[in-house]
Design a protein around this ligand. Structure first.
Ligand code: IVH
Length: 751
């Protein structure tokens, strides 16, 4: 082709539509091939600069000829910078998130809970500083040298972005006078000015604009080519730390000062505040400065100043007890609600979703919002009270949308003056839109649920998506999208979790079929089968969580795994407890009926009696297994009943029985080695004088002990303070070792 007729070099503006179409086809082929080579074969065929140039050209042509954009456009291919290509780093100390406060009452509650945990009447000193809206990064220094930078990831494992972090000016390569091991944590962000300039450059290059500075910062940090990161003006504020070989200071405030002295940028609006009033005053100050800071913040973070107290307070499963984020009020926008659609979740819940005319709320384009449930649409709360002054929500309505932080957008209000005349009240379906089974609402439940169980394709697919999700089996290359494709695939169907693990043995041709599928190839098929095999050994807690049983979240699954330590033990215990579970439910129902009757007759007595009467019919082993289950820390009767129902449901149990032979569930690791109480089941009773009950329990758990609420044959140790009653007696009857608080403190080495 001669230079003058070649479309490959021609300026985009001078292309004819026909030439543009041909050029888009050529670029799609080249880029899609390069993508496949890059992701699936680990053998990039094109260098990054050429790849980027072609991609920009493709985007420029698409923006000049929007009608010619192809359905397989490389602009829509996700994974241009796939996370799989960064190596993984396990954080030495987990990277946590923060609990939220939304108003002064929440802040007061935070302060109360901190003081009650510590058993302190007097006021505490806190620090308050802006919550930067960026992404967190952990920097590891050894002997004063930066050796590693990792993103937060799931909190336990992040991505190795060391080369990229080195390009950020605020991040020093060398430190003078730092502890031998120092992990500095903070936020990577982009200033408003830099963000605007970057978007101009993107636009000029025909590349995608970023929706907000946080997305731009995240996209820039997670570049495979660190030269691209270098060209992006990222900044970093240090505000926390991970592993340390020596403490930085005695207080949070001084530790931040120390980081500043070591050469990090720290936020100038960090203050020390005595008590909640001072915190709230600083919040107002920061909020007033928000618009002129030049970077995005989305709230103010409060932290207990005394680091020894921080250590005593410790962590819940994912958040520290000693800190909280006081968020700024949500951002609002008005738009049209075009349609109400119903989504069916993994537990059969029918969730109404508002499809909106897209609108920008706080820098993000929103086109969907949750409508919660049918009462919410009708303008009622769970107790039958009015919300939005009783205004219902209809298709066609003009609605106010809000977003608070990362949470799903919600609808705050309806403008009745703009309601179209033809709008009619929304009638919530009473059959499942996916499988046609009746959708029923149980007494006291705000949610209507499809009764189709696993015959409902929506429930089955959602259960599978949950099964492969990050906190469950987390199979690389098998995400929500792939699971959906497999579910609907006649050639290689995956209808339930067991099918994932039997894919290859069920069909000798599985590999070839997969490799020939669109978007797959030999390498990606091989990788998938390997990734599946890797997860045959799985933590028991992930397995329990992955089953997607209602009410059984990640933390409860960990509690159950710690309690039972094996799948067999748990299944046997649940089978044994079943008669007691049924009796419990019957007793609850009887008590409810009794309550209603008693209320009618003006007698409120007999509640407990009804329960006791039914509970009396149960075989002792069942009663014991049930008491043991609901006595497990973190496991209440609602969760226990739901778990019991799942194991007693023949279809669900059969699916578990097909899955288990494919797996080797691993017992939970003993959390703390070396402590004499690790792995022991401990019960606290009576009054504790040197610590609160909450602190005692958290401390015991941190040392690897299980804390139970009731004494049984499985109890290893009873810690009894003054006033201990029936539990001490039962322990004596069972021959369980009993010690006092001082005995406990010296046992765990805190005396
Ligand atoms: S402290 C153990 N301080 O907010 C808690 N976090 O919602 C460590 N963040 O993941 C976090 N500004 O990415 C802390 N001044 C600040 C922060 C901050 C922003 C982010 C951080 C964290 C998230 C939690």
């Amino acid at each position: 082709m001669s230079e003058t007729t070649s479309t490959t070099t021609k300026d985009v503006k001078s292309l004819s539509p026909a030439e543009a179409e041909a050029e888009l086809a050529r670029l799609a082929e080249l880029l899609n091939k390069a993508n496949a080579a890059y992701h699936q074969a680990d053998a990039p065929e094109m260098d990054d600069a050429d790849y980027d140039a072609l991609k920009r050209r493709n985007a420029a042509i698409e923006s000049a000829f929007p009608d010619l954009k192809r359905s397989d456009s490389p602009s829509d291919q996700v994974g241009a910078a796939p996370s799989e290509t960064f190596s993984k780093i396990r954080h030495a100390v987990r990277m946590l998130s923060l609990g939220n406060a939304f108003d002064a009452e929440d802040v007061a509650e935070f302060d109360r809970s901190v003081r009650s945990y510590l058993g302190r009447e007097d006021g505490l000193t806190y620090t308050a500083e802006p919550k930067i809206d960026g992404l967190s990064l952990s920097l590891r220094y050894e002997n004063g040298k930066l050796i590693q930078a990792a993103t937060r990831g799931d909190g336990e494992t992040g991505e190795n972005v060391t080369a990229n972090a080195r390009t950020i000016e605020d991040i020093p390569e060398n430190l003078q006078g730092a502890p031998e091991v120092l992990e500095v944590r903070g936020e990577v962000y982009m200033s408003h000015d830099d963000f605007a300039a970057l978007n101009e450059r993107q636009e000029a290059a025909g590349a995608k604009r970023f929706a907000n500075p946080r997305n731009a910062a995240a996209g820039s940090l997670r570049q495979l080519d660190s030269e691209i990161t270098r060209a992006r003006p990222l900044r970093f504020f240090a505000y926390a730390w991970g592993e340390l070989s020596a403490p930085l200071a005695e207080t949070q405030y001084d530790a931040i000062q120390r980081l500043e002295t070591l050469g990090f940028s720290t936020n100038p609006l960090t203050a020390r505040c005595d008590g909640t009033e001072a915190l709230l005053a600083h919040y107002v100050q920061i909020e007033q400065k928000r618009a002129t800071l030049g970077y995005d913040i989305d709230g103010v973070v409060y932290k207990v100043n005394d680091l020894a107290l921080q250590a005593r307070l410790g962590f819940r499963s994912t958040t520290p007890r000693w800190a909280i984020a006081h968020k700024f009020p949500a951002e609002l926008a008005w738009t049209r609600l075009e349609k109400i659609e119903i989504q069916v979740g993994r537990t059969g819940a029918l969730s109404p979703v508002a499809r909106l005319t897209p609108v920008t709320v706080g820098g993000v384009v929103v086109s969907n919002a949750t409508l919660h449930n049918e009462d919410y649409i009708a303008g009622r709360d769970a107790k039958g009270g009015r919300i939005r002054e009783g205004k219902d929500i209809r298709e066609g309505d003009w609605v106010q949308v809000y977003r608070a932080g990362d949470v799903i957008p919600k609808i705050a209000d309806v403008d009745l003056s703009k309601r179209p005349e033809e709008a009619t009240p929304y009638s919530f379906p009473t059959t499942c839109p996916e499988c046609g089974s009746p959708a029923i609402r149980e007494e006291g439940d705000a949610v209507r649920r499809c009764t189709g169980g696993l015959i409902c394709p929506a429930q089955a697919v959602e259960k599978l998506k949950h099964f492969v999700s990050r906190a469950a089996f987390d199979i690389e290359g098998l995400g929500a999208k792939q699971v959906e494709a497999f579910y609907g695939d006649d050639q290689l169907p995956v209808k339930e979790p067991a099918d994932i693990f039997t894919l290859r043995q069920r069909d000798a041709e599985a590999f070839t079929k997969l490799a020939n599928r669109d978007g797959w190839g030999e390498t990606s098929a091989k990788n998938l089968f390997e990734a599946i095999d890797e997860k045959r050994e799985i933590a028991l807690s992930r397995l329990i969580f992955g089953l997607g049983i209602r009410h059984v979240g990640e933390v409860a699954a960990q509690d159950l795994a710690r309690h039972y330590t094996s799948w067999e033990a748990m299944a046997q215990a649940l089978d044994a407890a079943r008669p007691a579970a049924l009796a419990h439910r019957k007793a609850d129902e009887a008590a409810e009926a009794e309550r209603a009757a008693a209320a009618e007759e003006g007698r409120r007595a007999k509640l407990a009696e009804a329960r006791a009467a039914v509970a009396g019919d149960v075989p002792p082993e069942a009663a014991e297994a049930w008491a043991d289950l609901i006595g497990t820390d973190g496991i209440g009767p609602t969760l226990a009943l739901s778990l019991s129902d799942a194991f007693a449901n023949p279809d669900e149990r059969a699916a578990m029985d097909r899955l288990l032979p494919q797996l080797t569930p691993l017992p939970p690791e003993a959390r703390a080695t070396g402590s004499p109480v690790a792995g022991k089941t401990v019960v606290f009773t009576g009054t504790l004088e040197k610590m609160t009950r909450a602190e005692a329990k958290a401390r015991a758990e941190a040392l690897g002990a299980k804390v139970s609420g009731s004494v049984s044959a499985k109890t290893d140790l009873l810690v009894a303070g003054p006033g201990a009653g029936s539990k001490a007696k039962k322990a004596a009857d069972l021959g369980v070792e009993t010690i006092d608080e001082d005995g406990w403190l010296s046992l765990i080495g805190d005396a």
